[in-house]
Design a protein around this ligand. Sequence first.
Ligand SMILES: [Zn+2]
Length: 494
Amino acid sequence: MKHNKLILLPALILILLFFSFTIRAEKTDSDLQKGLDSILPLDAYGYVKTMCLPRYAGRHTGHEGYTGAARWAAGKFKEWGLKPISGKVGYLQAYPSPYVVVDKAEMTLHLIERQRQPEAEPSFKEVPLKPLTDFMPMLFSDSGDHTAELVFAGWGICAPEIGYDDYARLDVRGKFILCFRGTPDRRDDRYQKHDHHRFRMKTAREKGALGLFYIYEEPLANPNGDWIEGFTPAIISEKTADMILEERGIKSTDLRNDLSTYKQPISFPLQSKIKFKVESRNFPGGVGYNVVGYVEGSDPKLKKECLVIGGHFDHCGEHMELLFSGANDNASGSAVVMEVAQAFAVLKKKPKRSVVFVLFGGEEMGLMGSTYFADHVPGQFEKLDAMFNFDMVGEGDGAGCSVSAEHEDLKKALEEADKHINILRRIGTIRGVGVRSSDYAPFFLKGAACVSFASNGPHLAYHLPGDSIYRINPDIMADIARVTLLTAHHWANR
Ligand SMILES: [Zn+2]
């Protein structure tokens, strides 16, 4: 009997252990299920709708509309019981964010007319242009009123260190530059710094230009740049550019193709002129905010590592009586971050690592908020373990994501989670970051495992007033939030 008891006891312990494990596993599952159930399409939709309200004025970082919206989101974080950065700072991480509001802009072409007699004074045909359709000032333009000649300058790049100069033998003083955005060779990293709007504008100004006009297929809103005294930059449509280039018998698309094909500068002065008048207000003392709240990890050591779930909260603002409400870009990503945040708050058992939710300012101005956050991570966290980014996740019927190349295990976790949700149509790879990267870039550069989500679009109203609540599909936002909850929970708990 004694012998039997000795065998029975460990068996009993094993059986008990087994049950306690299954019960605990089930508990976690039902806990996670509760989190999943708390994610509702109409909640996400409601958040997008709020962010798009006229009183938030297109969430232009620095502007009171943005600040009001940030306070509203911080209130939600508090309501759900997320922890603030500190008792003193609360949920708002402040950083300097100069900004400009453009009140009015007028542009008129003065197209040179063919001379009947070569010695006659040149005559010009005036063609008034429509804002947004034909042209759009850059949303950091100074005020100004000039009528000046144009100079076509390829990609607007002066890079003597590589032996490339679109400005060679050009006199652009007191003139407007006309150029494309991009570089002679996309794969050549040495051009990267020259492709930043800021850099290109600064170069043009240093050469003495009054402004720089990009040729885009369609003009759009863009606040990504610095106010420069006396400098009035803009975007013009291909159609507008073609009217100007007609004096040379060239079409803008052909010019662009030639520049890409031959990788050699093509630059020339034009005889036609442009009158460009801008009325704008510059606010150099603007303050931007990241909205930050977190769920503390349950492991006393690992809680110092954090997984950041973030998306940009800002958009292009309100200018020239046009409201850029940015429903898809990126109220949708912000709403997903908020839905995942409230779901993590619902969980009884928190994962081992801390999960930090951040709504970034200034993405449209060039990743300002995310860069500031990555450089000023709140003191309670010692390591940026991972970053999940959401940019334009509200339009379409599915989503895709990209994962940093060296984190195959994160990709596996996503695939596993998506078996339960079925929203991801493709998973790509992030191999590096560049001028066009979203808010994951500063985290990627610090070695965090990164994933960035976007819906399948078609994103037709990108940076236009048409990017409104009417383009939003609530169901995909909820599904993206659900697949994120499952993946982030698994990752933070590993
Ligand atoms: Zn965006």
